[in-house]
Design a binder for this molecule. Sequence first.
Ligand SMILES: [Zn+2]
Length: 229
Amino acid sequence: MGQRIFSRKIRENESEVLFVATWLNGIRKVEKSECSYKQLPIAGHVVNLISLPSLNASEFIEEITTNLFYKLEQYMQLSDSIVYGLTKDTTTSGYMIVVPDEFNSIRNEFFGECKYCRQHNTFFAWCQLCDPWEAAQDWTSGDEYIDECIKKFQLKTTNYEEIIEWIPFDKLQSIKGNQFAAIWSDGIRKVKNDDHLGYIQSRIQFYRVNLMKFDSSRNALDFIKYVSK
Ligand SMILES: [Zn+2]
């Protein structure tokens, strides 16, 4: 399959690893001109790569082919799935299925570049492929139920300024004489328009916030669900 200039690992779970890449040759497109249809590839197209970790060089060639065929067939049977082809990572010798980047149509240079996949963002300082996933990594409230609930919201977020997060209590400085207000040292998320870097993710630190008290974590989560509707 066509050469690619860049690929970056986005996420990994038990069954597959997802990468994003630019396919230099690009996808096949048919263009209609006045009296005929022409083949007109769209070069430099952003695609996703799904690696097949169960396949490795130590397996027999027949086994690799059978596995590859099975995985490919399985993927192609998923509803609405489009497969552009297969490729082989020349550094790891692993095979990968090349599929569309589902956010390709909303990526725009104007929104800035994603710091994870290096493609154009899908909104101001926001990449829908990478940012929700990244927001849900490397933190815990210490309570599995709370973590799961916050992560569900994070994975659905479409805007940097609207991500909810776990805020450790020591990030909130109390305000004397007012137990329902505090200064949040990390502060709220804000998209900044930087003269040199364009739109970037930023925060307004030491921001005054209000605190609402709940009897239990369940009540607090029910409230979050209610206001997030
Ligand atoms: Zn990205």
